[in-house]
Design a protein around this ligand. Structure first.
Ligand code: FAD
Length: 475
């Protein structure tokens, strides 16, 4: 039932042996893992892309280690898959061509938090939640908050241009990156961007690298923008008779001039999973919004939201968190959704399509139609404020998998037809590569391939990702 790895060229045994000898010589044997179990531990990420054991895993401890690895990779013509926390959802960190996994989790210093310039300089192995805690201790704020923040890392967030619930108000990772240090295949080091608030010198290579899914360069440092921590936060749950009523309220809240920092939506099947996980939710509710506002006037903004939601059709109840503990409890329920819904079936695939906010109801309708046509169970939750919905397909038996594949393809086509995009945060990786041409023209894909060639002419960095190779399992 796994997504088969793409048909990529594997390195020769002789190249791998040469690379292993060189890596051990340059980095020392403690940073170079070659055992079956050790390499096996880096074969997968959090997607259903079939794992492949790398031939060698480098645990880089510094930017110099990264540069040395990429120099050896080029000299020996061995592919390299960069990796951080391994929580990716589309197979980005799966070494589908074998070769070297370049693990960057041990390059993990927060090198600087500069209060006057509102800048942090961090390494790729810093866990996102740790960065949040460190800057918040200083009264500062780094907004990107993927729900995996306890285990994903800045390197992976840069790779995927990760977002999270707060993206509605504060944007995604790329909106917080000022500059990068990145290493190219061959070992050359590139410094991009700036440390200043403004700066438009040359092409925006920083923006190009963020979201490049480890296919162009390996990040060794990021200069991130910070802001003062918003002074007030107010959080509420709004319960509705169905998810369509909840979706309609999303548009009404934004139209009323309030931009919440989070506006998360859960459908009936997701709520059933939440109840199943032991969280008490009013049985009348078949749709829910988790709404959070912040700033000096958070309380009055939430009051305004309350007025709008109360005037919306289909409201069952609205519950306001009275303190931080209650807020944490509401968020704990949201953050455990991925795991709670996983228990509903033997297999689950979570897509992350995005549609314009005004098309959410249409997408929900299309999803129901797809479910009926393919007879695949599904549920939907996600960052409704920015139209980014996790449509999850569930199944128990392997023979259902072809129907699931049909459902996914139909969802991708429907999303594009509604003016949306294939992925809001998980990236294309291996899983979505077969659908790239649904959204992008041949010309646009061609230009991106040319850019890839400029950075990596031998195609050694994270092969098999983004662009479906010939013979790709999904084609
Ligand atoms: C429970 C759960 C919830 C999630 N919720 C969200 C969410 O709300 N929002 C969201 O955006 N994502 C979410 N994700 C997906 C995932 O956590 C993100 O994509 C995250 O950014 C991946 O980070 P990572 O450190 O695990 O990266 P990895 O999985 O290790 O790598 C991801 C990609 O980045 C590349 N990469 C890694 N390190 C580097 C480096 N140093 N240099 C260059 N490229 C590199 C890899 O090659 C790969 O292509 C969720 C995942 C799970 C399991």
């Amino acid at each position: 039932v796994l997504v088969r790895p793409p048909d990529v060229i594997l390195p020769s045994r002789a190249s791998i042996d040469r690379a292993k000898i060189e890596l051990e010589r340059r980095l020392g044997p403690s940073k170079v893992l070659t055992g079956e179990d050790a390499c096996g531990a880096y074969a997968n990420d959090d997607s259903d892309v079939e794992g492949r054991r790398a031939d060698v895993v480098v645990i880089a401890a510094s930017a110099e280690d990264v540069a040395a690895t990429l120099a050896i990779a080029e000299a020996c013509e061995v592919p390299v898959t960069p990796r951080a926390g391994g929580t990716g959802r589309t197979g980005g960190a799966v070494p589908v061509a074998g070769g070297i996994v370049l693990a960057t989790h041990a390059i993990a210093r927060i090198k600087e938090i500069d209060r006057a310039n509102l800048v942090a300089v961090v390494e790729p192995g810093v866990v996102t939640g740790v960065l949040h805690a460190e800057v918040e201790r200083e009264g500062l704020f780094y907004a990107p908050d993927p729900n995996s923040l306890d285990s994903c890392m800045i390197g992976g967030n840069l790779g995927e241009n990760a977002g999270g619930p707060r993206a509605l108000k504060y944007g995604v990772t790329s909106d917080w990156v000022l500059g990068l240090e990145a290493c190219l295949v061959g070992g050359r080091v590139l410094r991009t961007g700036k440390r200043t608030v403004k700066g438009v010198t040359g092409y925006d290579v920083t923006a190009l690298l963020v979201g490049s899914e480890g296919t162009l360069a390996v990040f060794t440092e990021a200069t991130l923008r910070l802001m003062p921590k918003p002074p007030g936060i107010a959080t509420a749950l709004a319960l509705f008779v169905d998810v369509r009523a909840a979706a309609a309220a999303v548009g009404a809240i934004v139209a009323a001039g309030v931009i919440p920092r989070c506006l998360e939506m859960l459908d009936a099947a997701t709520l059933a999973a939440v109840r199943g996980a032991g969280v008490a939710v009013d049985e009348r509710a078949q749709g829910m919004l988790l709404i959070e506002v912040d700033g000096e006037s958070a309380e009055s903004a939430l009051l305004r939201v309350g007025e709008v939601v109360s005037a919306s059709a289909g409201l069952v109840d609205i519950v306001v968190a009275q303190d931080g503990t209650q807020r944490d409890r509401l968020w704990a329920a949201r953050r455990m959704l991925s795991k709670a819904t996983r228990k509903l079936a033997r297999h689950k695939l979570s897509e992350d399509v995005v549609v314009p906010r005004t098309k959410i109801v249409d997408l929900l309708e299309r999803t129901d139609e797809i479910g009926e046509a393919t007879r695949v169970r599904h549920l939907t939750y996600g960052h409704a404020g920015d139209g980014n919905l996790h449509v999850n397909f569930l199944w128990d038996h392997d023979e259902e998998r072809p129907a699931v594949d049909r459902a996914i393809e139909m969802l991708m086509r429907a999303t594009v037809k509604l003016g949306g995009t294939l992925t809001g945060e998980h990236g294309i990786g291996v899983s979505k590569a077969p659908f790239l041409a649904f959204e992008q023209s041949e010309e646009l894909i061609g230009i991106q391939k040319q850019i890839k060639d400029v950075f990596d002419p031998k195609g050694l960095l994270n092969p098999g990702k983004i662009f479906a190779s010939r013979g790709h399992a999904g084609c």
